[in-house]
Design a protein around this ligand. Sequence first.
Ligand SMILES: COc1ccc(CSC[C@H](NC(=O)CCCN)C(=O)NCC(=O)O)cc1
Length: 260
Amino acid sequence: MAGKPVLHYFNARGRMECIRWLLAAAGVEFEEKFIQSPEDLEKLRKDGNLMFDQVPMVEIDGMKLVQTRAILNYIATKYDLYGKDVKERTLYDVLGLKACATTARRWLSSERPPSSSLLMAAYPVGIDVYTEGILDLTEMILQLVICPPDQREAKISLAKDKTKNRYLPAFEKLMKVLKSHGPDYLVGKRLTRVDIHLLELLLYVEELDASLLNPFPLLKAFKSRISSLPNVKKFLQPGSQRKPLMDAKQVEEARKIFKF
Ligand SMILES: COc1ccc(CSC[C@H](NC(=O)CCCN)C(=O)NCC(=O)O)cc1
């Protein structure tokens, strides 16, 4: 029986936090080995543990995985958080594939323009597309803490604009379609990685500016619903391995360790 996964990173969110979230949501206990100095990082490199001389690195099932999104893919697959089949990963519509064909036919024969909800339902997207969009905005927000002070105001303004006008509207519209079809989850009829990634993102959006969520009642309801799942609720409790917003001291620590 393999031991617990071991996460190698420094003691902050950075590029490891989404991995902590996914393991916690899967109910998987994990250990953390914190990199506290450039020498710690150098030792991992010299021991041949880091394919690209970078972290995050997760020891799991006898492997030393690097690259955040590759690690997430492995964890999601292993703990059945990646949907029930390739369709849910790639092309998932709440009305079923037939809707896509119907929409296309209607559109082509211009009987009547397809409804926006049917269009949304027929969008050829699934877990992988949602995940990439969510992680793109997550990265944009996480980077705010380490961007140069003279760029911070502009980057915060850009992140808020993208949040409000690009990403959250897309997910709120999807929630509207889902609402009329019952499932509590973004894809399929059970929890997948995309629910966890979206919850994590919504918490960062709330941290950035809670008013950003006001125009999106369905996303606020989603946040409450997923936050109340037992494993997630436990991870949200004080004292869990979830990391707080980085402070100036931690940013300096990261610069020293990773030399950026
Ligand atoms: C948002 O906060 C942070 C804090 C630290 C980091 C640095 S993460 C450590 C870095 N890893 C990567 O850049 C991985 C990218 C893989 N696509 C690292 O290991 N840097 C050392 C180096 O690149 O030499 C990033 C965001």
